[in-house]
Design a protein around this ligand. Structure first.
Ligand SMILES: Cc1ncc(COP(=O)(O)O)c(C=O)c1O
Length: 409
């Protein structure tokens, strides 16, 4: 018997599309991808928020190729020029003051690093996370992730026990945005809370920005109780909101910055890399051997991330990313689509709520040449390359309207 074409574990619902290459040779990266059958697609998935420069950006590709020709790998006990330069570049651009960096290979590993650091630095045992949150799929990070679909049946060890076993609680899940619930949690357990973990803009939940007052309250409560505030910026960070830091985009200077923050996805421009940044006095709680990663800080990944930063700044991509949400809202106001219930977002992170029609709309939009992801069967999520603008957003809006008309027809 011939083996099936797809030999992977069946952990994904296949689209039937085999992506091949950037569709166009563009000096600033292609916004379109070409499939094996020759079809072109506008890419609003970008590997779920990774290829922020589009595909085949010549300067990014050259930086990776040049590094590949020089030095492929180095263990964490050796310094390399790209790693040193990236440490500095990240410390200068993220909200955490006087930060020290741990490099990982993915978002979930960056979450693990943040939690380990918080437990060691505070000597406490409770981590607070919020409904709707997604912090990763390794077993520790999964403990902070809210969706039962992702958690069950893996998580007996990190599950929230009933009240009579509260002494053992490691993760406390609270309603996202509920300042009163967070205040009550601190009144009751404040001296045992190690860290509050929050996505300034929730991604998997269907693009839900936290309010400034919720984030400011979280900062006040953690500060007063001697707990840490950790911002998971894996999806919303690194320019996605139009600012290097999503915390800064929402809170600005109305509160002290977070103590810990972490990044992945966009950071490598498509190359796998994650990073966790913590205040120097907290990072000092980590000793040699207390954490590590074979590939973390790999020179190829660091060169890719450095090139991504340089290109974002040279091409003014923070401004174009920051404009996408308002541009789409303007297009929506000019050409309303009745089935659209809400458009949420910040910068280049956009969720279009179409109610229960969401399940069918992903396929309908692919058939019209646009790749999107759909969250919770209700929300079309756009994570476009940062330079995408009015033309691409108008194309998406048309494909959405036509796709919805089909779904209803
Ligand atoms: C906010 C957030 N944190 C963590 C993760 C996990 O990242 P990764 O899939 O790279 O492990 C994700 C992935 O979607 C995410 O959106």
């Amino acid at each position: 018997m011939a083996p099936p074409e797809d030999l992977r574990w069946p952990t994904y619902r296949p689209t039937g599309i085999t992506l091949e290459a950037a569709a166009d040779e563009h000096p600033n990266g292609s916004l379109y991808v070409r499939a094996e059958d020759g079809r072109r697609y506008l890419d609003a998935v970008t590997g779920i928020g990774c290829a922020v420069l589009g595909h085949g950006h010549p300067a990014w590709a050259k930086a990776v190729a040049d590094q590949a020709a020089r030095l492929a790998s180095a263990s964490g006990t050796y310094a390399t020029a790209p790693r040193r330069a990236l440490e500095r570049a990240l410390v200068e651009r993220t909200a955490v003051p006087d930060a020290r960096v741990f490099f990982a290979n993915s978002g979930t590993e960056a979450t693990e690093a943040a939690v380990k650091l918080a437990l060691r630095a505070t000597g406490r045992s409770i981590v607070v996370a919020f409904d709707g949150a997604f912090h990763g799929r390794t077993l520790g990070a999964l403990g902070l992730t809210a969706s039962p679909a992702y958690r069950a049946p893996y998580l007996r060890c990190m599950d929230e026990p009933p009240d009579d076993r509260f002494a053992e609680v490691k993760v406390l899940h609270l309603p996202f945005g509920d300042e009163a619930a967070l205040t009550r949690a601190f009144e009751t357990h404040g001296d045992r809370i190690a860290m509050v973990v929050v996505e300034p803009v929730q991604g998997e939940a269907g693009i839900r920005p936290a309010s400034p007052s919720f984030l400011i309250r979280a900062r006040e409560l953690t500060r007063r109780a001697g707990a840490l505030l950790g911002t998971d910026e894996v999806q919303c960070g690194f320019g996605r909101t139009g600012h290097w830091s999503a915390w800064t985009a929402i809170v600005g200077d109305r509160a002290d910055p977070p103590d810990v923050t972490w990044l992945a996805k966009a950071l490598g421009g498509g190359f796998p890399i994650g990073a966790c940044l913590a205040r120097a006095d907290l990072a000092a709680a980590m000793t040699p051997g207390s954490h590590g990663s074979t590939f973390g800080g790999n020179p190829l990944a660091c060169a890719a991330a450095l090139a991504t930063i340089e290109i974002i700044e040279r091409e003014g991509l923070l401004a174009s990313a920051g404009a996408q949400f308002d541009t789409l809202r303007a297009i929506a106001a000019e050409h309303p689509i009745e089935a659209v219930r809400e458009i949420r977002g910040a910068g280049a992170m956009i969720g279009i709520d179409v109610g229960e029609r969401g399940a069918a709309i992903g396929a309908a939009m692919r058939a019209r040449g646009v790749l999107v992801t759909v969250c919770h069967r209700t929300t079309v999520r756009l994570l476009l390359p940062y330079r995408a603008g009015r033309d691409e957003l108008a194309t998406i809006w048309r494909a959405l309207g036509d796709g919805l008309a089909d779904a209803d027809g």
